[in-house]
Design a protein around this ligand. Structure first.
Ligand code: HEC
Length: 222
């Protein structure tokens, strides 16, 4: 009797284990059994993932959707291939919200870059300079100093416990003769791609803001 009970328990345990394992089967678009699926399946439209089966997650459906689809369906019936993301128009390059095309001149093109004309060319107002100044203070001041003389805290160093520490030697004095004739395009390119000891700042500052800083640097040099 005891033996039969043991056998029965083994069979039960094995059977349950088998069911568990089978339910773990995943592949292709089937993620297998999911624990709390609402956490993975966004109700919102997602640009990169898309569930096109209107019955996916029917067993879970608790919300009444207008077109009767089930919980996980999140495709867009209005777009081609029911994609959530629209394909860009052929042969187009996206511009940013200010209408600028991506800036693609490589680092060693300073000479060409120097000939670029600022999008703010001909615009001369206080707001532009104020914005340029605020940006300069955030991004350049600590090295180039408030007047561009290369005497920011990072350049001149600070004294800690009687020991002078200079983090960055060789910061350019932008009021020096070597720099007084550089163009806004030149400054824009140096901010974007860096030069020599100066690291690039292109990933941190939008192109428009870089042009504003360039304008402000020109006023500092006067
Ligand atoms: C971490 C310190 C540091 C910061 C921050 C920094 N610079 Fe520089 N910058 C330098 C150094 C160092 C040089 C000298 C580069 C060289 O010649 O090797 C330099 C050089 C320059 C030059 C001269 C380039 C040339 O043609 O030789 C310009 C213009 C300039 N910086 C503008 C800026 C502006 C504008 C900002 C703010 C967006 C900025 N820098 C932020 C360190 C810095």
């Amino acid at each position: 009797m005891k033996k039969i009970m043991m056998n029965f328990t083994y069979t039960l345990v094995l059977g349950l284990a088998a069911i568990l394992l089978v339910s773990c089967k995943a592949g292709g678009d089937n993620p297998g059994l999911e624990y709390s699926p609402n956490m993975y399946h966004s109700v919102a439209y997602e640009p990169y993932t898309q569930i096109t089966d209107p019955d996916a997650g029917r067993w879970l459906t608790s919300i009444e959707y207008e077109d009767g689809h089930a919980e996980f369906y999140n495709s867009n019936g209005l777009n081609p291939y029911r994609m959530n993301m629209r394909l860009p128009a052929p042969n187009t390059v996206s511009r940013n919200k200010f209408g600028s095309l991506p800036y693609r001149l490589p680092k060693d093109s300073l000479e060409i870059a120097a000939k670029m004309v600022s999008p703010f060319e001909g615009i001369d107002n206080k707001q532009l300079l104020d914005e340029g100044k605020a940006l300069y203070i955030s991004y350049c001041n600590h090295c180039h100093g408030p007047k561009g003389e290369g005497d920011g805290k990072v350049a001149t160093g600070v004294t800690v416990d009687g020991v002078e520490r200079s983090a960055y030697a060789g910061v350019a004095n932008l009021k020096g003769d070597a720099y007084k004739d550089i163009t806004e395009g030149h400054i824009f390119h140096v901010i974007t791609a860096g030069k020599g000891l100066m690291a690039p700042h292109g990933s941190q500052i939008s192109p428009e803001d870089r042009w504003k800083i360039a304008r402000y640097v020109k006023t500092l040099q006067k």
